[in-house]
Write a protein that binds this ligand. Structure first.
Ligand code: C2E
Ligand code: CA
Ligand code: CA
Length: 763
């Protein structure tokens, strides 16, 4: 009875535990959880079978327990196969499904059930144990088949576990070997039962415990040793030095980086506190949580560290230990420093970049409000030519030489850098600039770059802006210093110019002119005035078209006011095209009236850069159906300065087409009598102004006489402009001048007035 009660209680408890595990396993939602659940569920059936066998005194009930027990064992084996296939997944080389085993176990279950008909597998017989009746099984051949099958499957499963243990890495062996051990225990226990032939299969306890074991192993167990190993590997290979302390401040362990940092042997933890103290100074390293940045050494050799101490608490009150992390940030700091350097310094000259210079200037202007400062804009003239002619290496050398020169002219109160390709910027105390001005001028007078036998004198111009408003944008300050450059005249001794307020006004004015141009043209606010040109007898034979702008606000504007501005930005092209067209219109209407006069038009040298002058002019005379010789072309000798041969060709082309080409302002600039003999021109316009300004009238007269004589020899018609007096007129006539233009005859006149003046009959 005690056996019955004792085993009954154990089995009942086991059943409860196994059910719990089965439900939890299946509910876990994982495949392995389901496999574990099935092992547990399957185990319940033979457990119940055994419970029935133990408990029953009635043969019929006991035999039901037997069936449950045998068939339940088949189910246990099937669930073990399923569990193994999931638990040992990845060990085998294939994904074979254990279907054959399920079929064999199924056949065995059927075979056992057939025992009810054939009685070939087992029967039961009552035995007396201490006066109590128990039923125990008597096996027949069918039962042997069942055992062979179950053992066979069981051994296969164990074999898979053995293979798993052999194949897997050491760390994971535990996972398989515990399960295998459990299986071996059950196998032996079961075998013992078979031979002992006791009514109670005690090995069933083993199955139950096994179910619980796999539940724990598969779902809850984390191999601690594995975790330990992985963690210690990670920590050992960390870039940070790690020192682990116990609660009493004794160092227990350090990683590789730590031992390298303190230059200690790996296990020499005893000397860690002394090592840290020597390296980072005396302080309480453990106990409190803290962190600090430390710099050891200085300058290029400086090393940067971050030290942190973290506590590990067992609970809220008790400290379990602590760990100290030392991070070496030196490489990172150096990288950042070099990146910062690169982003703030020009790679060629090593000077500050534009952005950084502006930033530094702004800071200094606000920090040092005592000192008066000036902004200096340094510009290398024609640097493109230096690069083109001497090569970019030479150009680079020139820039480096300039930057060196700058550095010799600054002090600690200056900031300087490279603004763009060939421009540099400096912030300098005004006093220093004034004191050094002559020295700088002298140095710039002969600034020569030489390398490998090449030598070139650089023309460097300097624009200065005296800072009067420190809150102004630094870029605007530089704009102003840049603007000052425009005040540098052609004097070769002059390299420095200062910004003044008029310059700004001029810029605004220039902008106004430029912005208003296209409207002025379309509204005919810009128009030609005509200045008569006469022959020796004073008869008007033609006119020069001279642009005038009747501005709605500024009133009458002479070309001297707007033409230089438009020549600078190339918009002169628009004015000229407009005047040419007006001239053609006038010529066309004169033609209809039967007036046989010509008009000379001015062609700015800039036009040759921007447009095809020859074809535009040809197209115009065609459009207005006028004779080319009525539209005279005035060019200045500056046109010839670039590519004279090419320009000669263009002029030849015009002359071949019947145009008359006039050389304007002869004598004003680079005029060379030598050039005159090659120049394909029909008329030479000599400007009296240039000659009359000369102190020596006699000398001027000689020059004019010679020019007129020479042009005669070359079959070029001479025209003197700027004739203001009757004396001039008569004298020039005597010398042999053919044509005249000047205030003596008339000023440039509006079309109507000109027509009244030139064609008195028409009025
Ligand atoms: P320029 O072509 O040499 O024109 C002659 C200038 O001398 C004109 O000045 C004229 O008014 C002035 N002048 C004529 N006779 C006398 C005189 O007896 N005494 C003095 N002191 N001056 C006299 P303006 O009209 O002010 O033109 C100045 C310059 O502007 C012109 O010099 C020309 O280079 C340029 N210009 C005028 N109109 C145009 C144009 O439509 N297109 C281009 N590209 N330039 C033009
Ligand atoms: Ca002219
Ligand atoms: Ca002229």
């Amino acid at each position: 009875m005690t056996i019955r009660l004792g085993f009954g209680a154990i089995f009942a408890l086991l059943i409860a535990a196994v059910i719990f595990c089965a439900v939890r396993g299946i509910k876990s939602g994982k495949r392995i959880g389901r496999a574990v659940g099935w092992v547990n569920f399957a185990t319940i059936i033979p457990l119940i079978g055994n419970l029935i066998i133990i408990g029953s005194t009635i043969k019929e009930i006991a035999i039901v327990g037997c069936y449950l027990y045998y068939i339940g064992m088949d189910m246990v084996m099937a669930s073990m196969v399923f569990f193994t296939s999931v638990y040992c997944k990845g060990i085998g080389n294939g994904q074979q499904r254990p279907t054959v085993m399920y079929v064999i176990l199924g056949v065995d279950a059927v075979q056992l059930l057939l025992n009810t008909i054939f009685g070939h597998a087992f029967t039961i017989e009552p035995v007396d144990v201490h006066g109590y009746v128990y039923y125990r099984m008597i096996p027949f051949w069918g039962q042997n088949i069942h055992r062979i099958i179950d053992y066979g499957v069981f051994f296969c499963v164990m074999l898979i576990f053995i293979i798993a243990i052999i194949k897997t890495v050491k760390l994971y062996r535990e996972r398989y070997s515990i399960v295998l051990l459990g299986m071996l225990i059950i196998a032996f226990w079961q075998t013992f039962y078979i031979f002992s032939r006791t009514p109670v299969d005690r090995s069933m306890i083993g199955y139950g415990v096994f179910g619980l074991l796999v539940y724990y192993l598969a779902l809850h167990y984390r191999p601690l040793r594995l975790l330990d190993r992985l963690l210690s590997d990670i920590v050992s290979n960390m870039n940070e030095a790690l020192f682990v302390y116990d609660a009493y401040g004794r160092c227990l362990w350090m990683n590789e980086t730590g031992s390298r940092l303190l230059d200690l042997k790996n296990d020499d933890t005893e000397n860690v506190p002394a090592g840290l103290k020597k390296m980072f100074g005396d302080r309480e390293y453990t106990k409190e949580e803290w962190s600090e940045n430390k710099i050891l050494g200085s300058g290029e050799d400086a090393r940067y560290y971050t030290i942190e101490n973290h506590n590990v608490n067992e609970d809220k009150k008790h400290l379990a230990g602590s760990y100290l992390v030392v991070r070496d940030n030196t490489e990172e700091k150096r990288r950042l420093k070099s990146e910062l350097y690169k982003s703030t310094h020009d790679s060629l000259t090593g000077l500050y970049t534009k952005q950084y210079l502006y930033q530094c200037i702004s800071v200094l202007l606000h920090e040092d409000r005592e000192t008066e400062y000036s902004i200096v804009f340094v510009d290398v003239k024609n640097f493109k030519i230096v690069n083109d002619v001497f090569g970019s290496d030479f150009g680079d050398l020139a820039l480096m030489q300039i930057s060196e020169w700058l550095s010799t002219n600054v002090n600690e109160k200056c900031r300087y850098g490279r603004i763009a390709g060939d421009t540099f910027g400096v912030l300098i105390p005004t006093e220093k600039l004034k004191a050094d001005r002559q020295k700088v001028e002298d140095e710039l007078l002969n600034f020569t770059v030489s390398s490998n036998g090449l030598e070139h004198r650089l023309l460097i111009h300097i624009g200065v802006y005296e800072v009067d408003d420190r809150d102004m944008d630094v870029s605007v300050m530089f704009d102003r210093a840049h603007l000052a450059l425009s005040a540098i005249t052609g004097n070769y001794k002059e390299h420095i110019a200062c910004y003044d307020k008029d310059m700004r006004k001029k810029v605004v004015w220039d902008q106004q002119i430029t912005a208003g141009l296209s409207e002025a043209i379309s509204k005919h606010q810009i128009m030609p005035y005509l200045q008569p040109i006469t022959n020796r007898s004073g008869k008007v034979i033609g006119a020069e078209a001279l642009a005038r702008w009747i501005h709605p606000q500024n009133g009458f504007m002479s070309p001297a006011v707007f033409i230089p501005i438009l020549e600078k930005n190339g918009l002169i092209v628009e004015v000229d095209r407009h005047i040419w067209r007006c001239a053609c219109e006038i010529l066309s209407s004169w033609k209809k009236q039967g007036n046989d006069m010509f008009i000379s038009i001015n062609i700015s040298p800039k036009n040759f850069y921007y447009i095809d002058v020859v074809s535009e002019i040809k197209a115009l005379v065609e459009e207005y159906d006028i004779e080319p010789k009525k539209l005279r072309i005035e060019i200045t000798e500056t046109v010839m300065m670039n590519d004279a041969q090419e320009k000669f060709k263009l002029l030849d082309e015009l002359r071949n087409d019947g145009f008359i080409v006039e050389m304007d302002d002869f004598g004003s600039g680079y005029s060379s009598l030598n050039l005159l003999k090659d120049m394909p021109v029909d008329v030479l316009k000599i400007d009296m102004k240039f000659l009359s300004s000369s102190d020596n009238d006699e000398k001027a007269r000689t020059i004019i006489r010679n020019i007129i004589q020479l042009s005669e020899d070359l079959h070029i018609t001479s025209l003197t402009e700027g004739v203001e007096t009757v004396e001039q007129y008569s004298e020039l006539s005597q010398i042999g001048c053919k044509l005249f233009q000047g205030y003596y005859f008339a000023k440039p006149l509006p079309r109507k007035e000109f027509e009244e003046y030139a064609f008195p009959r028409a009025s």
